[in-house]
Design a protein around this ligand. Structure first.
Ligand code: CTP
Ligand code: MN
Ligand code: MN
Ligand code: MN
Length: 386
C-alpha cells in the first residue's frame, strides 16, 4: 500500500457541463476508440450504451494530461466497467481488439457510409444494410425510393462529406447576412455550433438569427429562403415550423400555433474563390465552360461546392436559450439538460428554463445568466467541447 503522500489525483466533476473541455486535449488515442464504440452503439440503436461511452470519452477530454496508466483513472467519474476494460487494453497493447473488430466490421462500415448520406438516419440505414446494401451508390443502383433530403444527400455526397473550413463558414456568413439584411434591417446573425466553439472545420455551418424588436423576426425564414432561392444560392432546404409555445403549466408543449417558421436544414451553393475575407479579384473563372449537365442534376464542379447550412430564427426573448442550445457540443447540451433535471428540478430547452419547484419560467438575457440559474460556473463556448 502506498503512503498517503501521493500527489492528489486530478479531480474531474461528473457532469460535462461542470467541466472545461477544450477543443484540443491529450487523450485522442483513447477518446477516438471509445467514440467508435459509442457510434457503433448508436448504429445498433442502443442509446444508453452510446451515451455511456461518450461520457467516458468526454471525461478523458477534460484531463490536463495524457493517461499513461490505470492509476491515472483513479477517482475519475463516469468510467464504466466496459470503458475501463477498453482503456486498459489500449494502454497495455496499444489497441483494443473490440474497437478494431468494430472498425473492420461490415456492419459498422456500411452503417457509417449509409448514415453519412444527408437525410439518412440509423433506421433507414439499418433497413438497407439488412437488405444487403453497403455503399451510398447502392441506393441508386438498386433503385431505392429516396425522399428529397436523401436525393440531395446522394447528389452532393462528396461535397457534404468534405469538411467545411472556417474560411468557407465566414463566406457563408456573409451570404446569410446579405440575405437577412435584404429582407429585414437590424437583424442579428450569429455563428453557432462547432465554429462558435473554436473548431477549424465542421460538417455544416450553423446560424442563429434574431432581432432586438420582439416579433420583428416573425416570418423571416421564408423571406430569407426566397431571397437565397432567387439568387440561385440554395440547392436544398427544408424548414420546420416553430413548435414552441410557452405554457403556464410547464415546459415543452406540443405545437398549436404553427404560423412561425423556425429552423431550416439546407444545402448552399458556395462559389469557390469567394471564400475568405480578402479581396475577391479572382481570375479563376473556369466556370461556365464545364460540362453542362444542366438544370436539376447540376453537379458540383470546379466553380462551386455544396455546403450544409442550418438556420434558426429565435425571438429575442429566447435568444440566450437558443444561443446556449445551438452552441453544443451535443454531449454538453445533453449534460446541461440532465443537470437541470436531476440536480435542480428544472427543465432546460433551447427556448426556456422552467423551475418545477417555483412553477415558473426563469428569464435570462445571456448565457451567463442561464448558467447562474442552474447553479453552474460559466463555461465559455471554447470549453464546451465535451
Ligand atoms: N442541434 C439541435 N437540433 C438538431 C440538430 C442540432 O438542437 N436537430 C444543436 C446541437 O445540439 C448542437 C448544435 O445544434 O448544439 C450544433 O449541431 P451540429 O451542427 O450537429 O454539430 P456541431 O457541434 O456544430 O459540429 P459539426 O462541426 O460537426 O457541425
Ligand atoms: Mn459492458
Ligand atoms: Mn454544426
Ligand atoms: Mn448543424
Amino acid at each position: 500500500p502506498k503512503p498517503s503522500a501521493d500527489p492528489p489525483a486530478t479531480t474531474v466533476k461528473s457532469y460535462a457541463c461542470q467541466r472545461r473541455t477544450p477543443l484540443k486535449h491529450h487523450n485522442t488515442f483513447l477518446t477516438d476508440a471509445l467514440e467508435i464504440l459509442a457510434e457503433n452503439a448508436e448504429f445498433n440503436e442502443n442509446e444508453g450504451r452510446s451515451v455511456a461511452f461518450r461520457r467516458s470519452a468526454s471525461v478523458l477530454k477534460a484531463l490536463p494530461h495524457v493517461v499513461r496508466g490505470m492509476d491515472d483513472l483513479k477517482n475519475l467519474p463516469c468510467l464504466g466497467e466496459h470503458s475501463v476494460r477498453v482503456i486498459k487494453e489500449i494502454l497495455e497493447d496499444g489497441t483494443s481488439s473490440e474497437v478494431e473488430s468494430t472498425r473492420q466490421s461490415e456492419q459498422y462500415q456500411a452503417m457509417k457510409a449509409l448514415t453519412g448520406v444527408f437525410g439518412v438516419g440509423v433506421k433507414s440505414a439499418d433497413r438497407w444494410f439488412r437488405e444487403g446494401l453497403r455503399r451510398p451508390l447502392d441506393l441508386i443502383h438498386t433503385g431505392q425510393k429516396l425522399n428529397l433530403a436523401q436525393q440531395a444527400g446522394v447528389q452532393y455526397y462528396n461535397d457534404l462529406n468534405r469538411p467545411v473550413t472556417k474560411r468557407e463558414a465566414v463566406a457563408i456568413s456573409h451570404i446569410v447576412e446579405k440575405a437577412v439584411n435584404a429582407v429585414l434591417s437590424g437583424a442579428i446573425i450569429t455563428l453557432m455550433g462547432g465554429f462558435r466553439r473554436g473548431k477549424e472545420v465542421g460538417h455544416d455551418v450553423d446560424f442563429l438569427i434574431t432581432h432586438l424588436e420582439e416579433g420583428a423576426e416573425e416570418g423571416l425564414m421564408p423571406k430569407v429562403l426566397n431571397w437565397l432561392e432567387e439568387q440561385g444560392l440554395l440547392l436544398y432546404q427544408k424548414t420546420t415550423r416553430n413548435s414552441y409555445l410557452e405554457s403556464k403549466d410547464g415546459p415543452a408543449r406540443p405545437p398549436h400555433n404553427l404560423d412561425r417558421f423556425e429552423r431550416c436544414f439546407s444545402i448552399f451553393k458556395l462559389e469557390k474563390g469567394k471564400e475568405g475575407s480578402g479581396t475577391s479579384l479572382n481570375t479563376s473563372y473556369d466556370s461556365g465552360t464545364t460540362e453542362g449537365i444542366t438544370g436539376t442534376t447540376e453537379q458540383p464542379g470546379p466553380s462551386w461546392r455544396a455546403v450544409r447550412v442550418d438556420l434558426v430564427v429565435s425571438p429575442f426573448s429566447q435568444f440566450a436559450f437558443a444561443t446556449l442550445g445551438w452552441t453544443g457540443s451535443k454531449l454538453f447540451e445533453r449534460e446541461l439538460r440532465r443537470w437541470a433535471g436531476q440536480e435542480k428540478g428544472m427543465s432546460l430547452s433551447s427556448h426556456a428554463l422552467y423551475d418545477s419547484k417555483q412553477q415558473r419560467y426563469l428569464r435570462a438575457n445571456s448565457e451567463e445568466e442561464i448558467f447562474a440559474h442552474l447553479g453552474l460556473e460559466y463555461i465559455p463556448p471554447s470549453e464546451r467541447n465535451a
